[in-house]
Every structure is written in structure tokens, then in C-alpha cells.
Design a protein around this ligand. Sequence first.
Ligand code: URA
Length: 206
Amino acid sequence: MNAPLSLQRLGQLCASCRRCGLVDQRQQVVVGRGNPAARLMLIGEAPGADEDATGLPFVGRSGQLLDSLLQQAGLDDLYICNAIKCRPPGNRRPTAAELTACRPWLAAQISMVAPDLVLLVGATALEAVLGIKGGITRLRGQWHQAASGPLAAVLAGCRLMPILHPSYLLRFGREAEGSPRALTRLDLRAVGVALAAPGVPPAIPS
Ligand code: URA
């Protein structure tokens, strides 16, 4: 995957991917949605049942909450995808081998979109992109850079912010100060501020 690809061609290549066992149970490969020319890219974990059925990322209950939080923060110009493109059976967490097998597709997407800012939605995206296992509640809301890690080359110059996964937010009904949902609103507000400011925000090297 060294030559530049179009997103359309990437979609075709992904549709015939057999790099891991998820091929056996998927209905569709879920590549991405949104504006591939946007400065903001969002990377989630993996498609669920609704995404597998429609072929689009984040269209189920979690996606609807995510869309509404993004919209309320004024973040409607972005490209959305997942760390892996096929649904793990029963919505289990992707294995390390599946993350590795799918990483070339994610790397190609990042190269094509060439975002300035990236939201890493949930612990699996944090692990898949920055190679950091655990610590999402501590690391969320801060800007990171991919100084090392599996995708450092394609992320040079980018700033990345881990945020809590909307499926986690859905477990908490209330929106009291300090609640996961309120923290996520704060994080997304910081993304809006960063997009409006010149340059990229200072970051913690990963
Ligand atoms: N959760 C994710 O991480 N991605 C989706 O596309 C849907 C749910």
C-alpha cells in the first residue's frame, strides 16, 4: 500500500479484504463517512450490528449520541472511521491481531484525509493508534502526538485527543458536573477551540 489511493479504491480493496477471521461473519466492510477533506478525523473502535448492516460507522445508538455531542460542539465537518473495518462477533473487543491486520487500511485512510486533529474514541482506538493500553480516563481530553507507535509516520504533525466512548456515556443517565458526558462535552469544546486557533495545540509525546 505505498502508492496513493483514492478513498473509493480503498473501499473496493477493503471490501475484498481477507486479512483476518472477521471476514467470515461480516455482512459489510465499514470504511468511513463524512468529509475526507476535513481537518478533523475521528477514529472509533469497530462496527457494531447497525454499522455492519448499513456499511456506515457510528450509526447506531452510540453513533447517534456521538453525532449529537459533535453537533452541539459545532464539530460537523469531519471524517469518521474505526480502527477496524469489520464487526467482531457479539461486539466483542477487537483482538491485538485484528487491530494489527486492519492497521494498513487505517494508515491509508489517515494518509488520504491528512487531518490536523484526530479524536480517538475509546480505549481501543487509543491502543490501535498510539499503542497505549489502558488509561483512557486519565489521558482523555489532552492533546497527544504520535512521536512513536504503529502509525507515527502517517500522523506526523497531527494532534490526537482521546475521548470517552459514547457506549460508556450511555451507561450514565445523568449529566452532572464531572460526569462522563459532561467531561466529553468539555473535551469536544477544546477541539473546537483548537480548530479555530492558528497552528496545532501543544501536545504530550506518546
Ligand atoms: N462503536 C464504534 O466504536 N464504532 C462504530 O462504528 C459503532 C460503535
